[in-house]
Design a protein. Structure first.
Length: 114
């Protein structure tokens, strides 16, 4: 499930082109629930990109500087520790869960940032 909350956005749709025409102080919040895939990779010269996807094809990507990624990793380690994946996690990763065959591998716990 993906939710997008916008504040003070104004868009113009003209000849197939979408253009933001609202105030530059606009803000938005995006939330992605029931994530089925999470990935980390290099982004540019020094940043880390985190990408998340749900089973409905919705995606959210976040680019962090190394210091921010390290803080996030420390926070995750504190929350989940060094937990080993459960049998349920293994079924989800292998696609043996009902409806899971179409979904890519899911990385869970603190290991996905390593």
């Amino acid at each position: 499930m993906f939710t997008l909350e916008t504040e003070s956005f104004a868009f113009e749709l003209k000849e197939g082109t979408v253009k933001h025409v609202g105030a530059s102080t606009a803000a938005a919040t995006a939330k992605l629930y029931e994530v089925t895939a999470a990935e980390s990779r290099a982004f540019g010269d020094e940043r880390v990109k985190l990408a998340f996807e749900d089973g409905e094809g919705n995606e959210v990507e976040v680019a962090l500087f190394p210091e921010e990624a390290a803080e996030l990793r420390a926070g995750l380690a504190e929350l989940v520790g060094d937990q080993e994946p459960t049998a349920e996690d293994s079924r989800a990763e292998s696609g043996s869960e009902p409806g899971g065959a179409d979904e890519g591998p899911t990385q869970r716990g603190s290991d996905w940032l390593e």
